[in-house]
Design a protein around this ligand. Structure first.
Ligand code: NDP
Ligand code: MN
Length: 391
């Protein structure tokens, strides 16, 4: 067996129905004044924002609200939040919402902790994220990004259309509260898009050249869970299926911290920066089948065998470990995408040749890390060809 490194998240994870009520108790060991960060309107409308605020206040914690984080959060919005946190002398940051609210809150915690309103510099790592970062508490409202257990954040620069991810051990949430009653409220489209994000994470974790026996165990289990439950969660909103998706999302986050993601995220993250009308999950849905094909056709024996495992986990019958059987994994994914209404092409969203050039350049800059984990190294031409196949 090869040597491997597995990074354990530095996060207390609290998982179950109604767990949001424990927020105050869990938060009070980390500070006395919280910047409470959320998205545009869903958490307020559904009443969870009030529950979170009350739970913090009941535990003696002062609350300063920052609402309005947009999907694919921008460094400009993060800087606004950092300023408010600094002005009010907040000593911890609590996020309730989707991956966007959590990712934004992570970088606000960095900025407030370093007394520095400069999110983009931290994302680019031209400024160092240190242990001055404020404690972060994450309450996910979607089941897809895994951000509540990852050391990643993904940020968009509205001035340049760049979207970039970075990691630091200081942005692990200290506490992560997965309340199944919150994720149960996801609208259908969000269930599909975030559920596919989780599937992409674990398929990528299983294929990445940074995989190891522990990420293999978690990712295989999550692929099976998602294969069994995503369509049910989408079609009927079935409670058990939604709970299984929340668990799979958590496994996925734990996996990608160590295994990282591959070319799908390497060239997929960039998409929503240049085309904000394309959600993260939809971008991955367009790119996953062509990249799976590319990796199977050009991959070595081990890669082919791993795609056969994925096909089997998604319910396909594998008769032999070869490329033809491995391609059944692509059929399974295409079939799943149809069932959750994500089998669309980039063309529908206005992607053109000029956009593809721009996304390719940004991906080669910001997605280098994930691209380097791909089992087959793509050339610039390969990347352009894959974007075009996704049209
Ligand atoms: P968002 O957080 O962008 O939310 C998408 C939409 O869903 C919003 O309109 C939001 O509304 C709504 N919504 C969220 N939860 C609920 C709910 N329970 N009920 C009703 N509506 C809801 O979506 P994602 O979670 O997919 O996050 C995507 C971001 O995460 C991307 O920027 C992506 O790149 C990033 N990401 C981060 C990773 C990480 O490790 N840090 C990994 C993978 C992706 P409202 O705004 O009103 O709340
Ligand atoms: Mn993702």
């Amino acid at each position: 067996m090869n040597d491997f490194l597995f990074t354990l998240p530095e996060t207390n994870l609290f998982f179950g129905s109604g767990t949001l009520l424990q927020l105050g108790t869990r938060a009070k060991r980390h500070g006395t004044k919280a910047l409470l960060v959320t998205g545009k309107s869903s958490m307020k409308r559904l009443g969870f924002l009030d529950v979170a605020k009350k739970s913090l206040e009941d535990a003696g914690i002062d609350v300063v609200l920052f609402e309005g984080v947009e999907p694919n959060p921008s460094c400009q919005t993060i800087d606004e939040g950092t300023e408010i946190g600094l002005k009010n002398e907040c000593d911890m940051v609590v996020a309730i919402g989707g991956g966007s609210a959590i990712d934004a809150a992570k970088v606000m915690a960095v900025g407030i902790g370093h007394n520095d309103v400069n999110a983009w510099q931290y994302v680019l790592c031209t400024k160092e994220t240190t242990d001055k970062t404020l404690p972060i508490i994450a309450i996910p409202s979607t089941s897809g990004t895994g951000s509540h257990v990852t050391w990643y954040t993904v940020v968009t620069n509205r001035d340049t259309d760049e979207k970039s991810a970075y990691s630091s051990k200081f942005i692990y949430p200290k506490e992560s509260i997965v309340d199944l009653d919150i994720v149960a409220q996801m609208p259908k489209k969000v269930t599909a898009e975030t559920g596919f994000d989780a599937l992409a994470h674990v398929m990528e974790a299983y294929i990445s050249n940074q995989q190891n026996p522990i990420t293999d165990l978690l990712s295989m289990r999550a692929i099976k869970l998602i294969g069994k439950n995503l369509v049910h969660a989408y079609e009927s909103g079935d409670e058990e299926a939604r709970h299984a998706m929340a668990l799979a999302d958590t496994y996925a986050g734990i996996c990608i911290t160590t295994s990282r993601t591959i070319m799908v995220h390497g060239i997929g993250n960039t998409v929503s920066g240049v085309y904000p009308n394309i959600t993260h999950g939809q971008a991955l849905a367009c790119l996953t089948p062509p990249i799976m094909r590319f990796n199977i056709v050009n991959g070595d024996e081990n890669t082919v065998a791993r795609y056969c495992d994925i096909a089997e986990a998604l319910g396909e019958e594998i008769t032999k470990t070869d490329k033809q059987n491995a391609l059944k994994s692509v059929d399974a994914v295409i079939d799943l995408l149809k069932k959750i209404d994500l089998s669309k092409g980039f063309k529908e969203f206005g992607v053109d040749d000029a956009g593809i050039e721009k996304m390719t350049d940004f991906s080669l800059e910001h997605g280098r890390g994930a691209i380097s984990c791909n089992p087959v190294e793509p050339t610039r031409e390969d990347i352009i060809k894959i974007y075009k196949e996704a049209l």
